[in-house]
Write a protein of this length. Sequence first.
Length: 167
Amino acid sequence: MVHAIFPGSFDPLTNGHVDLLHRALKLFDSVTVAVLVNAEKKPLFTCEARLRLIRRCLPPDRIHVLSFDGLLVDFARKRGAKVLIRGLRAVSDYEYECQMAMMNRDLDPDIETVFLMPKSCYSFLSSRMVKEVAGLGGDVSHLVPPAVLTALKEKFDLDDRDDRPSL
Ligand code: ADP
């Protein structure tokens, strides 16, 4: 049984994340989606909300959804996982992802990072873009699962217009 960890901030989950996860499930027996608690200083969604949304959008079979903080390799060891999944979108991801993969290998040589590429239509999709566009009232319905779309609408309808991020 090969178990993999898919770490990230998932603030919020996008169709790019979902695409990657389905690819990972073709390669590994089970995947833990690991939500980084303090990924950003001011995430749009609380960690609990992000976990709830991910659980609602993904089939429970072979997928676990948990939060973590501290070193990713420590979390992976605790879960008995030897594989970390990361996404490579455009070339711009490459340098940062290399640094992380090399550092994680340094910390634990038994854990491998595996890079997967999404369907091309999601190559330029990020949670940050989704938040910015949704915050300005743009249509992101083709970029996020329906439950995330509803959560974004609720979030921005409740918020004061002045708090919206600008592009
Ligand atoms: P973001 O960079 O969108 O804020 P996260 O920090 O949640 O995303 O990223 C978690 C992982 O998911 C990272 O490995 C990232 O490369 C990957 N990822 C995010 N968006 C996409 C996408 N559109 N296609 C493929 N991988 C993605």
